[in-house]
Ligand binder design. Sequence first.
Ligand SMILES: NC(=O)c1ccc[n+]([C@@H]2O[C@H](COP(=O)([O-])OP(=O)(O)OC[C@H]3O[C@@H](n4cnc5c(N)ncnc54)[C@H](O)[C@@H]3O)[C@@H](O)[C@H]2O)c1
Length: 343
Amino acid sequence: MKNYDSTKRIMVTGGAGFLGSHLCERLLRERHEVLCVDNFYTGRRGNIVHLLSNPRFEVLRHDICFPLYVEIDEIYNLACPASPIHYQSDPVQTTKTSVHGVINMLGLAKRLEAKILQASTSEVYGDPVIHPQPESYWGHVNPIGIRSCYDEGKRCAETLFFDYFRQYKLQIKMARIFNTYGPRMHPNDGRVVSNFIMQALHGDNLTVYGDGSQTRSFCYVDDLIDGLIKLMESPDDFTGPVNLGNPEEFTILTLAEKIIKLTNSKAKIVYKSLPGDDPTQRQPDILLAKEKLNWQAKTSLEQGLRKTTEYFASLFNKRDIGIVSIDNSLIKGGLRESDYVKL
Ligand SMILES: NC(=O)c1ccc[n+]([C@@H]2O[C@H](COP(=O)([O-])OP(=O)(O)OC[C@H]3O[C@@H](n4cnc5c(N)ncnc54)[C@H](O)[C@@H]3O)[C@@H](O)[C@H]2O)c1
């Protein structure tokens, strides 16, 4: 049964994860009914605990690799572990989520004639040979490497989306998300922002690999969520794929210095040699997002880092009263050099 008033019933898969929890929060603020579907593989109850008392919010513990029968108007499909240490810990499950899971979500959308948005990734460009990457670039991806479960899984998901669009006239939206950071990132996800903040809060030295002159671009989570919602609400004839990310680049050294300043840390920067698989630079070309969605990131790196640092600091405080037991063990475990992985 379709819902015909302006309040939509929206399903967010991966809704207990980093991006998903912010999306649920934002959709609730816009007065929609939100069904958060998550198997809690990397998602955490702590990310959505503040939403549980909202009568328009519902949580379902479910793995999207299995079919799901619910009545909804729109689907944001975000389910999939996003950081390399997480998606590489069970690579077969990662591919299943992007293939079996996506087939299930597309099947559900088809039955309900619901609009469906896929959280794709800049990783579909692989190790790109052109910079920045426009959506028309087909990518340069290794099909058999340790990252392929994620990269190729997401590429197959894109293929499935566009085949459902052509074959069944499904309303689809495809977002290619670039590196995003903010509160509720997993503290031990091995990414450079969380690594540096955790090291600074621990009072450990910040490890820069190489001379720190390599650049990265970082999009703050609120900006990204704006982009996803604008894409979902864009005219029917616009499917994407569309890049969503912040094209502004910073050196790793600048990032480390900003974090040391923000945390008032006495930590120093220590240099180690670059791992063999250090990522080639990836930077979004967001012309299409500007033109079709009137979207671009607004939050400065300082503002975003401040909020992220405050969040990580609050985890440290809560640790004492045992609220974040999962994070607690991770924090106690500290950071290992092997946690350094590609962005
Ligand atoms: N964060 C980024 O920088 C980034 C960049 C590009 C793309 N993305 C994409 O955005 C989405 C969300 O990323 P995130 O950073 O929030 O990651 P995350 O790991 O915090 O969230 C993923 C969520 O999906 C859930 N999940 C995983 N497999 C599932 C399954 N089979 N069934 C149900 N739930 C499942 C996890 O428990 C978790 O809550 C992912 O699809 C990711 O590929 C994120």
